[in-house]
Design a protein around this ligand. Structure first.
Ligand SMILES: Nc1ncnc2c1ncn2[C@@H]1O[C@H](COP(=O)(O)OP(=O)(O)OP(=O)(O)O)[C@@H](O)[C@H]1O
Ligand SMILES: O=C(O)C1=C[C@@H](O)[C@@H](O)[C@H](O)C1
Ligand SMILES: [Mg+2]
Length: 168
């Protein structure tokens, strides 16, 4: 593998879960943008949003992504909003192959609605608000190289599907 494998998609789409499986199966390093931000700042994402701001978080996100992309090929789980920043999308496309893990608002909402560590779930807590945020982001996610309809797939199945795309 010469390039990074980069997973994108909305909150709850399985980027972190599938990324971990893939990295293990492919014996590649795994980087989770959200985890790296928390490790580097010593702060939880919830606290970064509340004690600083979303804009501050986005700056950290861009910097962390850029650093990860400069490392040897790996599996990268982005955050749900990472690719909304044009610079992040451009750089990711240059350095890796991008997969959009797609699922319906209902499925995604079901998976994360009780989450205590996702500030944007708290902010968009109803299914309607959650779905509106997803809809606004879909045009950005669709810029990925591959779109995977992961609504009815287990994380293991999604990982297998990605492996099949990578090595037909
Ligand atoms: N394909 C799937 N089928 C069923 N459950 C899933 C699937 N993918 C993820 N999940 C579950 O959904 C929850 C969220 O998954 P995960 O943390 O991997 O999402 P994420 O895309 O990394 O979200 P975020 O953008 O907030 O970091 C977890 O409880 C996980 O087990
Ligand atoms: O969808 C988003 O904008 C986010 C998703 C998470 O991965 C985190 O990056 C953070 O909670 C913001
Ligand atoms: Mg994640």
């Amino acid at each position: 593998m010469q390039r990074h494998i980069i997973l994108s998609g909305f909150m709850g789409s399985g980027k972190s879960t599938v990324g971990r499986i893939l990295s293990r199966r492919l014996s590649l390093p795994f980087h989770d943008v959200d985890d790296v931000i928390e490790k580097q700042t010593g702060m939880k994402i919830m606290d970064i949003f509340s004690q600083h701001s979303e804009a501050y978080f986005r700056e950290l996100e861009t910097r962390v992504l850029r650093d990860i992309l400069a490392t040897p090929p790996s599996v990268i789980a982005t955050g749900g909003g990472t690719l909304m920043e044009p610079e992040n999308l451009t750089l990711s496309k240059q350095q890796g192959v991008l997969f959009y893990l797609s699922a319906s608002a209902k499925t995604l909402h079901e998976r994360v609605r009780h989450s205590q560590h996702r500030p944007l779930v708290k902010k968009h807590s109803s299914l309607e608000a959650f779905a509106r945020l997803l809809e606004a982001r879909i045009p950005f996610y669709k810029k990925c190289d591959y779109i995977i309809d992961a609504d009815n797939m287990s994380p293991d199945e999604v990982a297998t599907y990605i492996q099949e795309i990578l090595t037909p």
